[in-house]
Design a binder for this molecule. Structure first.
Ligand SMILES: Cc1cc2nc3c(=O)[nH]c(=O)nc-3n(C[C@H](O)[C@H](O)[C@H](O)COP(=O)(O)OP(=O)(O)OC[C@H]3O[C@@H](n4cnc5c(N)ncnc54)[C@H](O)[C@@H]3O)c2cc1C
Ligand code: SF4
Ligand code: SF4
Ligand code: SF4
Length: 559
């Protein structure tokens, strides 16, 4: 094989004459893919590295930007039908796990995901079935939130007939009735859901299982049932006087707003809580023109809400009153005029690992309020499902989503544990796989156990520094003037490709040719198909181990 002389821009081990005399280590290189932090941290199980590098390498492999975006969309939708949704609302734990943090900031996976999702909507891309074979079994899904719709989508890909029963008049769950439209525009959600329905999922709205139809009917008529009823009941504060007419729960408030109701909250709103519901309710109240404060019993560091949303809330003028808790109300004619608060200090960690807030004696104070929104948490409504839970428990499932209480019934999403949309998506997919295996008489698959790749195995100095691209946001006055104007503007396709190029392809060959250039023995084989991983001819290899050392992304192991 005659190798081309390659003009190298980057520092290469080849220039150091590494093919010189050496001691044979006796070891030989193997292709050794590893699990990057981004993928390990994505609750939806998305193939982050694959869809990001598909964009990054488009030019190099002779693809147009459109071809790369379409390919990336198909890769993405193998795991989740919601790229445009998650690209807007996921707090992107994948980015917290990204190795690039140690160089110059995480790759902007979430915004890349949004661009891919929006491209799919704009071009009317459609899902691919895994098989044309039609399965005879019918599956019922209860609840059309992200968990239920993902489960239904994945089972439909596998050839099953799936019916989703939804209690309300429209699918979407908390994505529709909870998350404000300035973060997730309704038409984006509607279009991603419509595509799932067009794919063959049957949807029956205004049908509450357990009330309109007993669970027994589903047990009788379907071969498996997936329960994804979410958690839509706002928890009470447990403070005397909260039955006043101007005290609302966070989820109730958001639900009514998203049903188009005009709620007169007055001039002074207090929101109690530190999660997404509290932040979203407070930001809506700002858009309704009220001076708004959030009262939270711990500090900003313990707030469970998404960091970016807390920052945006502060920019919009919402006051955060930390280390304070409601202690009572001052009322006039069943309307609250003031909320009594007590100062807190942080004590020892509780069962959640966060430091427990402890009231400080004699520190009471009052805040005037025209409306109080209690957004401390929410819980599922288990009416009709009592036989499937014990006492105050929520649905309990095994690692594959199968209900511990009854065979043939599966559950996922918020009704198991309050978490993220991406968690619900991951659990919906996991249950779909488990249902498929069960119906085929097989044991559910054991998840792959690829080793994780950290920066210790990466040649961090090989990658040129490049600033992370941030998306622009709507000006504050424009946000406050229009209730549902989308705040984040996202990246253009060109920007998304540029950002994708920052990905280091941790743990998977990206064809940099370093090993091929370096190996004097011609033991490294260039793939015939562009984009496939480089291979090794161990008969030619002399065990010098330099290919492993030179590989920037840690793809090569010597054994
Ligand atoms: C205000 C708010 C903001 C949030 N912000 C974010 C965010 O920014 N990012 C993020 O990742 N996550 C966020 N979350 C969490 C996220 O929305 C949820 O984790 C996710 O929607 C859970 O999905 P699910 O499918 O389990 O339940 P849901 O989305 O709640 O869907 C459950 C569905 O089941 C239906 N249902 C209930 N009972 C029955 C029944 N008996 N029969 C038939 N149907 C029934 C409900 O009507 C609903 O449509 C937020 C949550 C809230 C409340
Ligand atoms: S769903 Fe969330 S965690 Fe997963 S890739 Fe998208 S942004 Fe990252
Ligand atoms: S650099 Fe790319 S592959 Fe590596 S962790 Fe970040 S997004 Fe994943
Ligand atoms: S050195 Fe480059 S071409 Fe060789 S295996 Fe690593 S990433 Fe692939």
């Amino acid at each position: 094989m005659v190798k081309k002389v390659v003009k190298k821009k980057k520092k290469s081990f080849a220039s150091r004459g590494s093919g010189a005399a050496h001691v044979d280590s006796g070891k030989r290189p193997i292709q050794a893919p590893k699990l990057p932090g981004c993928m390990d941290s994505c609750p939806a199980g998305n193939q982050v590295r694959r869809f990001v590098t598909t964009l990054a390498q488009a030019e190099k492999f002779g693809k147009t930007q459109d071809q790369a975006l379409e390919e990336a969309w198909h890769i993405y939708t193998e795991t989740s039908p919601f790229p445009a949704v998650c690209g807007r609302i996921c707090p992107h734990p994948c980015e917290s796990g990204c190795n690039r943090i140690e160089l110059d900031g995480a790759v902007g996976v979430n915004k890349i995901e949004r661009t891919i999702g929006d491209y799919g909507l704009e071009k009317g891309l459609t899902f691919k079935k895994l098989t044309e074979e039609k399965r005879l079994e019918k599956i019922a899904v209860v609840g059309a939130g992200p968990a239920g719709l993902t489960c239904a989508y994945q089972l439909t890909r596998m050839g099953y007939s799936v019916t989703v029963f939804e209690a309300t008049e429209k699918p979407g769950g908390m994505l529709l009735w909870g998350i404000p439209r300035y973060r997730l525009p309704e038409d984006i959600l509607d279009r991603e859901i419509q595509r799932i329905l067009d794919f063959g999922v049957e949807l029956k709205c205004n049908t509450r299982i357990g009330t309109d139809i007993p669970l027994d009917d589903l047990r009788r008529d379907y071969q498996a049932v997936f329960l994804s009823i979410g958690a839509h009941k706002g928890k009470l504060l447990g403070v005397e006087g909260e039955d006043a007419e101007n005290v609302l729960s966070g989820v109730e408030f958001l639900n009514r707003i998203h049903h188009g109701e005009t709620i007169d909250v007055g001039d002074n709103v207090i929101v109690v809580g530190g999660g997404d519901t509290a932040i979203d309710a407070a930001r809506i109240c700002r858009r309704l023109g009220a001076t708004t404060s959030i009262v939270y019993r711990r500090t900003i560091n313990e707030m469970p809400a998404i960091d970016e949303e807390i920052e945006e809330a502060q920019k919009e003028g919402i006051k955060l009153e930390y280390l304070a808790a409601p202690a009572g109300f001052v009322k006039e004619n069943n309307r609250i005029t003031n909320m009594k608060c007590i100062r807190m200090e942080l004590g020892e960690p509780d069962e959640s690992g966060r430091r427990r807030p402890v009231p400080i004696d004699g520190s009471e104070f009052e805040i005037p309020a025209t409306t109080v929104i209690a957004a401390i948490s929410q819980e599922p409504d288990f009416t009709g499902f009592e036989s499937l839970i014990d006492g105050r428990d929520w649905f309990k499932i095994d690692d594959h989503g199968a209900l511990l209480k009854e065979e043939g019934i599966y559950a996922g999403g918020d009704a198991v544990n309050l978490a993220l949309a991406s968690t619900a998506i991951g659990q919906g997919r996991g249950a779909a796989i488990a249902i498929d295996f069960k119906l085929r008489g097989l044991e559910p698959p054991i998840p792959g156990d690829l080793p994780a790749i950290t920066t210790k195995r990466l040649r961090m100095d090989w990658y040129p520094k490049a600033d992370r691209l941030e998306a622009e946001s709507l000006a504050i006055e424009e946000r406050l003037a229009q209730m549902f104007a989308e705040v984040n503007k996202g990246l253009t396709p060109e920007q998304a490709v540029q950002e994708a190029k920052r990905c280091m392809s941790c743990g998977y060959c990206f064809g940099c040719e370093e090993c091929w250039i370096l190996c004097q023995e011609q033991a490294v084989i260039k793939p015939r198909v562009k984009g496939e991983a480089f291979m090794f001819d161990i008969n030619k290899c002399n065990g010098c181990d330099k290919c492993m050392e030179v590989c920037p992304c840690g793809y090569i192991d010597l054994i």
